[in-house]
Design a protein around this ligand. Structure first.
Ligand code: T4K
Length: 373
């Protein structure tokens, strides 16, 4: 039986390193509710991400939900966003009783098309919520210009952009707040986890309250918050993984660059454009199966699965086209987003992926169009 190769696999510290690091928890018996390790991880992340403030959360989704809630938008207000993303982005808006207004994306890198944002602004618009999809950086300067001109907040879904730097600055330096995911499948993981990074010091207290039920003291609750605290076992995993983050990214980079070099030679396989001003984290390797390839994306997906290679259709269908929204957004003009969703396939990429496997994947993709001809 051939070994299964998944789209990703978590990076983990050595067993002994983690065990040693969690030992003190048996003495202190302080397991959650903003413990010592929680504080240590927040401090180290501020430094690593190059951002003045970081609020750790139980996962990326809750980080995004609470970042939106903290802004205090009135129910029914509109947020301009992208449908070419993981469902969490849209759910975070809808679960705050706000309306997502979907904007098309750019075919060259899958990020929101900043040229189409202004035409979607109405009296109800309160924010823009773009996604640095696969770590591809949005046009942050133009998005900020639009937001400033129209008095809007900018909240980035930076779930894929941990450690990404743009024009020499940490990606969370842009916009009012950025959400990171530290899920097991991400470049940096805390098993489950996430964070909101921001510069405005007022947000720190707001998020602290919202992730802890809105509790201000033993006898006072001032907001309707959630329970979104990161526990100490997860924080320790983060501290350990952060010790090795440079190696992890370097290891991914080798595989990423191999794919990029080899797959750019394959007729009909298109790769997203890279931005020279961006220092990447090599989190994902999406390819686009164009008509010139001779087989469809779905045929390639099945072919790889037959060989136990579990590439994923990240992100298909568009969130706007998901069953939970019925036909609500069926008429929204999202030409490029729908086209990308129908062509994209994300290949296995993680720290420690055997180079022979990466080579095999490249060979399978290169040779598949000739099969059965
Ligand atoms: N915004 C964006 C743009 C996002 O992509 C995400 C999450 C979020 C927001 C929300 O952040 P979180 O609340 O999740 O922190 C996975 C992840 O669960 C999800 O975090 C991620 N995006 C999304 C893109 O991928 P699934 O449903 O595809 O996961 P699953 O279980 O199919 O796992 C994918 C593969 O990873 C598996 O085939 C095998 C491997 N795997 C997975 C896990 C959980 C492992 O090897 N070990 C593991 O422990 O969503």
């Amino acid at each position: 039986m051939r070994e299964k190769i998944f789209v990703t696999r978590p990076s983990m510290p050595a067993f002994e390193e983690y065990i040693e690091a969690i030992k003190p928890l048996w003495d202190t018996r302080w397991l959650t509710n903003m413990g010592v390790c929680h504080g240590q991880l927040e401090a180290r992340l501020k430094e690593y991400l190059g951002t003045p403030e970081v609020s750790l959360m139980v996962n990326g989704h809750m980080a995004l939900e609470l970042a939106i809630q903290m802004m205090g938008f009135p129910a029914g207000a509109e947020i301009i966003t992208t449908p070419f993303t993981f469902i969490s982005t849209t759910h975070a808006i809808v679960r705050n009783l706000l309306s997502p207004v979907f904007c098309d994306v750019k075919p060259e890198n899958g990020t929101i098309d900043e040229k189409k944002i202004e035409e979607l602004i109405t009296k109800k618009t309160v924010a823009i919520l773009p996604v640095h999809i696969y770590g591809n950086v949005c046009q942050v300067e133009e998005i900020q210009r639009i937001a400033d001109e129209h008095g809007l907040k900018v909240i980035y879904d930076a779930a894929h952009a941990f450690g990404v730097r743009y024009k020499g600055k940490g990606i969370a330096s842009y916009g009012d707040a950025s959400m990171f995911s530290f899920h097991a499948t991400k470049v940096f993981n805390t098993i489950e986890g996430g964070a909101v990074a921001f510069s405005n010091p007022e947000y720190a207290q707001k998020l602290y309250n919202l992730k802890n039920f809105g509790i201000r003291g033993e006898e006072i609750v001032t907001e309707v918050g959630a329970n979104a605290k990161m526990n100490e076992f997860c924080a320790v995993m983060g501290l350990c993984n952060l010790n090795h983050i440079e190696e992890a990214i370097k290891n991914r980079k080798e595989r990423y660059e191999f794919y990029r070099r080899e797959l750019s030679k394959v007729k009909g396989i298109r790769l997203f454009k890279e931005n020279e001003d961006t220092e990447r984290n090599y989190g994902y390797f999406p390819i686009l199966v164009e008509d010139g390839y001779g087989k469809t994306r779905d045929e390639l997906y099945c072919q790889l699965r037959e060989r136990n290679i579990y590439a994923r259709k990240y992100f298909y269908p568009l969130t706007a086209d998901q069953a939970c929204f019925g036909k609500s957004y069926a008429d929204v003009e999202l030409m490029h987003a729908r086209d990308l969703a129908g062509r994209v396939l994300t290949l296995p990429l993680y720290e420690g992926l055997y180079m022979e496997k990466a080579e095999e994947i490249v060979t399978l993709i290169s040779e598949f169009p000739q099969k059965d001809k």
